[in-house]
Write a protein that binds this ligand. Structure first.
Ligand SMILES: [Zn+2]
Length: 254
C-alpha cells in the first residue's frame, strides 16, 4: 500500500457521517484525488476544528492500494498550511474560489497532475484577498484552459487559420475552438460576437483588463463542460458592480 505525501487544495467536501468526510482534493503532483477522511475531528496549532474546510490548502498524506488507483484513497494525515480566511469575508472572493474549484474538478482527471495549474489556483486564492475579483477569476479561467490544453485560439481564425488581428468584426465559437473570421462565421451554428478588444486582451494577457473576457470564458467553459459552471450565476450576481462598471465603460462583451 503506497503512502503518498503531497500538497493539496480541498475543492469539494461532503460530510457523510459524524466523523467522516469525503473530499475531492487537487494535489500538486498527483492531480485530483477523491479521499476518505475518517475521524475528521482534529485540532491544529492555530485552532480547534472539526474536520477539514473547503478551499483550504495543506499537506496531505493518503494511501492508495496498488492496482486500485480508481478507488477512493484514504487520507491519513492533514496539516493545514493556509485557510485563506479572506475568502470567507467577501462573497465575490468566496464564489470566485468555489467557481474555480468546480471548473478545476470538471476539466481535470484523477491522477492527472498539472503542477502549473496548482500554482494558478494558489495565485488566485491569494489574489482574492482584495478586489477587483473579476480580473483575478478571468485570469484563472484562461490559465486553467491553457494548462489543460483547451485554450481557445484567438489570434488566428479557428476554422481557416487566417490571422485575425486586422479584423474589426469577430465571432467566437467554442466548438470550433476560438475566434472566427467573417468568412467562416456564417458556417458556424454555435457562435457569439467577440469584440476586437476582448480578443486582443486574450492575445496578449499582459495588457488590458482580463476581466473583460470573463463572460466569454464562462460561456466557453459552459460549452466544454456541458453545463454552466457551478455558482456561475451567483458569482455574476456577487460581481455585478464590477461587471456594471465594465459595461459602463464599454469594456464587456455580452
Ligand atoms: Zn476563417
Amino acid at each position: 500500500m503506497a503512502l503518498i505525501k503531497d500538497e493539496a487544495f480541498v475543492l469539494r467536501r461532503l460530510d457523510f457521517s459524524e466523523t467522516s468526510q469525503v473530499l475531492a482534493i487537487f494535489t500538486r503532483d498527483h492531480g485530483q484525488q477523491s479521499v476518505l477522511f475518517k475521524g475528521a475531528k482534529r485540532s491544529t496549532k492555530t485552532r480547534a476544528s472539526i474536520g477539514i474546510d473547503l478551499l483550504e490548502k495543506g499537506d496531505a498524506v493518503f494511501t492508495m492500494r496498488a492496482g486500485k488507483e480508481d478507488r477512493m484513497a484514504t487520507l491519513t494525515d492533514w496539516r493545514q498550511r493556509d485557510g485563506f480566511r479572506h475568502l470567507r469575508n467577501a462573497l465575490g472572493a468566496l464564489y470566485s474560489a468555489e467557481y474555480a474549484a468546480d471548473v478545476t474538478l470538471s476539466l481535470t482527471e484523477r491522477h492527472d497532475a498539472h503542477p502549473p495549474l496548482f500554482e494558478s489556483l494558489d495565485s488566485l486564492f491569494n489574489d482574492l484577498a482584495q478586489p477587483p475579483y473579476l480580473d483575478s477569476i478571468a485570469r484563472f479561467q484562461w490559465e486553467l484552459l491553457t494548462h489543460v490544453g483547451m485554450r481557445p485560439e484567438m489570434r488566428h481564425c479557428a476554422a481557416c487559420g487566417k490571422d485575425t488581428v486586422d479584423d474589426s468584426v469577430l465571432f467566437f465559437s467554442s466548438h470550433q475552438g476560438g475566434a472566427l473570421c467573417r468568412d467562416c462565421e456564417p458556417h458556424a451554428i454555435e457562435k457569439r460576437r467577440l469584440s476586437r478588444a476582448t480578443a486582443d486582451v486574450l492575445i496578449d494577457t499582459k495588457t488590458g483588463r482580463l476581466g473583460r473576457a470573463f463572460m466569454l470564458l464562462d460561456y466557453h467553459l459552459r460549452e466544454i463542460i456541458g453545463r454552466p459552471p457551478r455558482l456561475s450565476k451567483m458569482l455574476q450576481s456577487a460581481l455585478r458592480d464590477e461587471l456594471k462598471q465594465m459595461v459602463d465603460k464599454r469594456l464587456l462583451d455580452r
